[in-house]
Write a protein that binds this ligand. Sequence first.
Ligand code: ATP
Ligand code: MG
Ligand code: ZN
Ligand code: MG
Length: 500
Amino acid sequence: MQDGETCWRYLGEGNRSVVLAHSRENIVLKFLKFPVDTRQDDKALSNVAERLRNMIDYTQQVMKSLIGPAYVHCGELAEMPTDLAKRISAQIHHFRPASRHGKTMDVWSGFATRLPNLTRLQPPEGLEPHADVLCIEIKPKCGFLPTPCRVRSMLKQRVCRYCMHQYLKVTNGKCKKVNRYCPLDLYSGDVQRMEFAIRGLLENPQNNLRVFKNGELIFGCRDERACPTDLPALAAHLRPFFASGPDEVNEGGENVIGMLVAFLVHALLHEPNEQGDDIWQDDALNSSGYFKSTTICTASQFGHNGSRNGCSLSQDSDRLPPSCVLARVRRAQCLDLLDIEGVHPLYLRLQQHILKQPPQSRFSLRLDQPYDGEFLQVLQDKSTFDDGSLQFAVRKIQQYLVSMTAKDVSIMIACAAHGNFREKTLTTTTCQTSSKFWPPATLSVLPSLPTSTAKLSLPRLRFSVSVLDLDPKPLEKVAHHWRQDRQILECYNAWHNKRL
Ligand code: ATP
Ligand code: MG
Ligand code: ZN
Ligand code: MG
């Protein structure tokens, strides 16, 4: 069959790319985006294939080493005839949020990145042909507070960036309501705090939570400005996955929502069997208690209104299993050793140097490539002493850019009924993936729901955990981040001073 425009449908987009899913195969195409008035002879279009190759290389060489092969799927360069790309672009137009219409998918270069469709189970083999697949996308954002010696602002030492950013987002209309989700709760490894965080996301998903069923968005939104949440409708979709029968249907679907929350906590804490090479093996961040005193954000509402349920909140409650997806993502985030406050002056130093040099000198700085062993070694350099050199600036900026990628990833948790799943396929596939089962043999992670008899008859699910959006961030993002950091602080202060 031809790969005509009818085979591709809109799946989602970020700032820099539009993603299309194939209707029959388990693949997506990720296209770069350009301003709508881009012309065929625009310089930016001349090296799209090279840019995409560089992005793929970065995911493969850098992010896969940091986050782990069990979670990361690398893409490959794909060609797409430009006339077909144009027809698809016209066809998907009305599915795209209006706020994104200033840019359009690349219909000029003839290239895109092909990736596995991560709204599907990974690997999809072995599934019953018509099994429904549920996928929850969580964009957890930054999971730690900067260490006190790095930042001047007392506020930044107490309140995490996500919680502060909420006020700026509400102020400039980017979203309607301040979220009670705090990333530090999600990354705490404490089951109650994690459940509290996930419930916050379900109440107010913004662009941090989406649910797909068979690849279709069924909960959450593409435009965080308008994000309706219909929990009873979600519960109806969840029932076949998380309830044993119609008896369990109760008011508002609380039973199945509770099961979903418990399942997500389980999947996020799950450690894959095969972890592959770990460049962090002797890492000091691992053992030095880096997170002591940094695990609680004072803006979090956990513990208010009885949500703590009698448990005390210990300061050093960093209980994440070391190879679970959250721990791996956060470790890559922690390459931000100096905070934007420390990195911005280094960025200015580098810019001054670049301005004085011919454009090709940027390559010799090895800022954005090649992504080889040397680059990985730079990432492991934990020195924070500034000797005033250009090399120090380059090293710390490289680390910061990697941490920015890790702060922006999405975690995809997919699951499907494990019915007539053949054991033979199972043993050959589980070794390369983080594929596992739910409910677990020991039910300690379950919330108070449901009753013990119901537990026994719950449907058995196979699940997989993947991480996506592992592209490099451009150098110029440092300047943007710094301005945004000022704005976030000012807005948060203004909002709270008004209340006093
Ligand atoms: P950002 O602006 O955050 O850098 P981006 O432009 O790089 O984002 P992505 O985050 O990679 O774009 O993709 C946008 C959305 O498309 C994701 O949030 C996710 O919902 C969907 N998506 C991306 N890649 C895949 C994939 N391989 N499988 C399934 N869905 C995907
Ligand atoms: Mg993204
Ligand atoms: Zn917070
Ligand atoms: Mg991206």
